[in-house]
Design a protein around this ligand. Structure first.
Ligand code: TYC
Length: 102
């Protein structure tokens, strides 16, 4: 039976929005030249961190080489990376910002 003829069937599955968007970590990488204060400013300006949280993340990156600024959907993460990289370049700092799938 089924609309496609003998041996066919149409199965329709209805579900209420169980698909969650993929999430991406935005990471800052350490380098020897970008001023600590500049990194703290980046975290306040683009990741809405308070000064204390921003300072803690900056020191984590300084000591460990890499650290998480936030977790976002693809488009938002991409925008954050671009904003940070453009701002760092404008101020002639070598700061690197990347995203990775969680
Ligand atoms: N290591 C830099 C310094 O000593 C500070 C720094 C921290 C740079 C975090 C980049 O993502 C960074 N001035």
């Amino acid at each position: 039976g089924g609309a496609g003829g003998p041996g066919t069937a149409i199965i329709t599955k209805t579900r209420t929005q169980t698909k969650k968007p993929s999430l991406y970590r935005v990471l800052l990488l350490n380098d020897d030249y970008t001023p600590m204060e500049f990194v703290v400013h980046i975290l306040e300006r683009f990741f809405n961190k308070d000064r204390e949280t921003a300072s803690r993340i900056m020191m984590h990156v300084h000591q460990n080489g890499v650290g998480e600024c936030g977790v976002f959907t693809y488009e938002v993460a991409e925008t954050k990376v671009t904003q940070v990289m453009d701002f760092a370049r404008k101020h002639q700092h070598p700061l690197q910002c990347v995203m990775e799938k969680k």
